[in-house]
Unconditional design. Structure first.
Length: 292
């Protein structure tokens, strides 16, 4: 087995570098957008002109989704003008192309606690992310490392606000779906209880959720339909997870950025085939932090 050797890296502040500048960083991200950790995205445009507002550094778009990311890069510390400019470009793009889900992204070398607090306030109403960038050097080689310090605010299911007055029962779901698809939920609950026996079903108007010791704990929600069931595990989006889902042969519909859930369609005759994989998926969901 090949033995790995420890190599020290020196942090380089590009703000003070005589040769490497913001344009250099912009080109590196444009060449490899996955560096930012936003999932499977491609470069849509660079130095995109904005009406009466300068140029947007980078516009990235999801390959298989409906998301667009308006990315602004700043060397050194974040400042007021940079935050305002980022939000302004996001607002222009979402109004021009409302058919996409837009997210503003600030990339900076130093996202201070003061401005992180300000950005957090915006994050309650504006889908905004903050990514800290570090340049690391070893000899004559230099690389970039990006770390998300503030994710887009993950909103819970809208219908969760209605849980108290919108609690339903099993009969409601047997009519909305079928007795057969509701029985699928029973079998899926058995997989969850193999992980933790304290879970039980909680019937709500828009979905069947989970409760643990009487308290909602929706690591997965279920939506029985007429000929299938939709399961929505709470998981952080990643290329690795999507590869696992596709390799397992599951019908992956999409990823809901707002709720932080994968949407998977499962037919009755597929349950036995995927039971082992689903149990592991539920275990991963239990470990994954979520908006609920």
């Amino acid at each position: 087995m090949e033995r790995l050797k420890y190599t020290p890296f020196e942090r380089v502040y590009l703000k003070d570098h005589p040769e490497l500048d913001e344009k250099w960083v912009q080109n590196r991200i444009a060449e490899e957008p996955s560096l930012l950790g936003l999932g499977d995205v491609v470069l849509k445009d660079k130095e995109r002109p904005q009406p009466h507002a300068g140029r947007l550094d980078l516009l990235l778009q999801e390959v298989d989704g409906n998301g667009r990311y308006e990315v602004e890069i700043q060397l050194g510390k974040t400042d007021e003008s940079h935050i305002i400019r980022t939000i302004e470009y996001w607002d222009i793009e979402r109004k021009r192309y409302p058919q996409y889900d837009h997210t503003a992204v600030i990339v900076a070398e130093d996202i201070t606690s003061r401005f992180l607090n300000v950005i957090s306030l915006f994050n309650g109403s504006i889908p905004l992310m903050a990514i800290q960038m570090r340049a690391l050097r070893n000899g004559d080689q230099i690389g970039l490392v990006f770390s998300t310090v503030l994710s887009q605010l993950e909103l819970g299911l809208v219908e969760e606000d209605e849980e108290v007055q919108e609690v339903t029962d099993r009969i409601y779901w047997e009519k909305r779906g079928t007795p057969a698809t509701v029985k699928m939920v029973d079998r899926l609950l058995e997989l969850v209880r193999a992980i933790d026996p304290n879970y039980e079903l909680k019937y709500n108007k828009f979905y069947i959720g989970l409760a643990k010791n009487g308290q909602p704990d929706n690591l997965i929600v279920f939506k029985p339909q007429k000929n299938a069931i939709r399961i929505e595990p709470r998981l952080k989006r990643s290329p690795e997870m999507e590869q696992k889902l596709e390799a397992a042969g599951l019908d992956l519909m999409e990823y809901d950025e707002r709720t932080g859930r994968y949407l998977i369609r499962l037919k009755p005759d597929e349950l036995d085939k995927h039971s082992v994989f689903l149990k592991q998926l539920f275990l991963d969901s239990r470990r994954s932090p979520g908006p609920e």
